[in-house]
Design a protein around this ligand. Structure first.
Ligand code: CTP
Length: 362
């Protein structure tokens, strides 16, 4: 803890809450070599929050407290997570300090946008959320993943097919599984593009997100990214039908109930078959309520997939909206693995292990 940090929280509180020893001093009996030892032991050094003053001192190579001295003695990856007032972040001196820190090899996150300290409104300067910081740490520490440097497209969420300017046909997909997969792939060092329909959860800020509305828009975005993609994971729930025509004006309550005629939408996965990059790995999902395995195997074939992830929409704790999932993974050669009920984040990692195995075999 720096002197500044100790103005906010006492070291004893910090030690009690984290259950870890807290280091504060560079000088004094017994502390002479702390900065060298701590720097040597670290796999990664994360400074969160990193204030304007701290970034300035680090960028100029000062080493007048334990933390800045550690940075100079370190050979590990170093991550700064800025948090400050938006005007301080926008100041030309801070900009220069951040650029200088980056040129020295320090990773400096962009601060999040949102409410700042009380009475100070809102703007860029907020400390990014812990999920994003953890994701960044994971990516910094990742060294051996087969996904490192690979281009991965993940789709997530539900499409919306318009009936008229205010109404649409959609489904219950929340986007949780797709977002978890995109985050996990990014953490493994992949170059991830997340293409979403409507999702119910915050979108990751660490990776590029393309927002789409209808199946047609989603198909277009997937088509644009596809030729260079090593992996495509279709976790989205695109609609299978859309109204054959969209009313130009809001449909009014009349005497008769309107009839909505539907037509099939494009099957995005099928439409990619002839345009996929050679040796790319393609993963689809199958959401079933009936004879799951049989239907999933049919989808694997007709959509020419490497893996299909089957879940039952009616099973408690699996499928739409919830944080957990229980799936069966079926491979191209019919090999079938029934997985336990687990969180969607754990499942994302397990599925990516399978994707890496597929990539290794090519
Ligand atoms: N999918 C797609 N384009 C669509 C519909 C679905 O690419 N228009 C993808 C989904 O993202 C999923 C897979 O196809 O990865 C299977 O989706 P699912 O809804 O289970 O099956 P459908 O092919 O739509 O068939 P059915 O509704 O008859 O089960």
């Amino acid at each position: 803890m720096t002197r500044g940090a100790r103005e906010f929280i006492g070291p004893i509180t910090f030690e009690a809450v984290t259950g870890r020893p807290v280091h504060t001093e560079i000088f004094g009996p017994g502390h002479a070599l702390d900065h060298i030892r701590l720097a040597r032991e670290a796999n990664v050094i994360v400074v969160a929050p990193a204030t304007a003053d701290f970034i300035g001192r680090a960028a100029h190579g000062l080493a007048d407290d334990l933390l800045t001295a550690c940075l100079l003695a370190a050979t590990s990856k170093i991550l700064f997570v800025p948090a400050m007032n938006d005007r301080m972040w926008a100041h030309a001196q801070t900009e220069r300090n951040v650029a200088q820190a980056r040129s020295l090899g320090y990773e400096v996150l962009e601060p999040a946008e949102g409410p700042l300290a009380v009475g100070e409104g809102s703007g860029p300067g907020r400390m990014p959320e812990p999920e994003e910081i953890m994701s960044q740490i994971g990516r910094l520490l990742e060294s051996k993943s087969g996904l490192k440097g690979k281009k991965v497209i993940v789709t997530a969420g539900a499409t919306r097919e318009p009936i008229d300017p205010v109404r649409f046909i959609s489904n219950r997909s929340s986007g949780k599984m797709g977002v978890a997969l995109a985050r996990a792939a990014w953490r493994r060092g992949a170059d991830v593009t997340l293409i979403t329909g409507h999702v119910d959860i915050p979108l990751p800020s660490e990776l590029p997100v393309i927002k789409t509305d209808t199946v047609q828009e989603m198909a277009h975005s997937v088509g644009e990214e596809l030729p260079t993609a090593d992996v495509l994971i279709m976790a989205a729930a695109p609609a299978d039908f859309r109204p054959s025509s969209e009313a130009g004006e809001k449909i009014k309550k009349g005497r008769s109930t309107p009839k909505i005629e539907l037509e099939p939408t494009e099957d995005i996965l099928k439409s990619t078959i002839s345009r996929r990059k050679k040796n790319s790995v393609i993963v689809g999902f199958a959401l079933e309520t009936g004879d799951g395995v049989k239907n999933a195997k049919e989808k694997l074939k007709s959509k020419s997939l490497d893996l299909v992830v089957l879940n039952d929409a009616r099973e408690p704790g699996a499928g739409f909206g919830v944080d957990t999932n229980r799936v069966t993974v079926i491979g191209r050669n019919g090999e079938q693995e029934d997985l336990q009920l687990m969180s969607k984040t754990d499942l994302a990692d397990l599925l990516l292990d399978r994707v890496e195995e597929e990539l290794r075999g090519r």
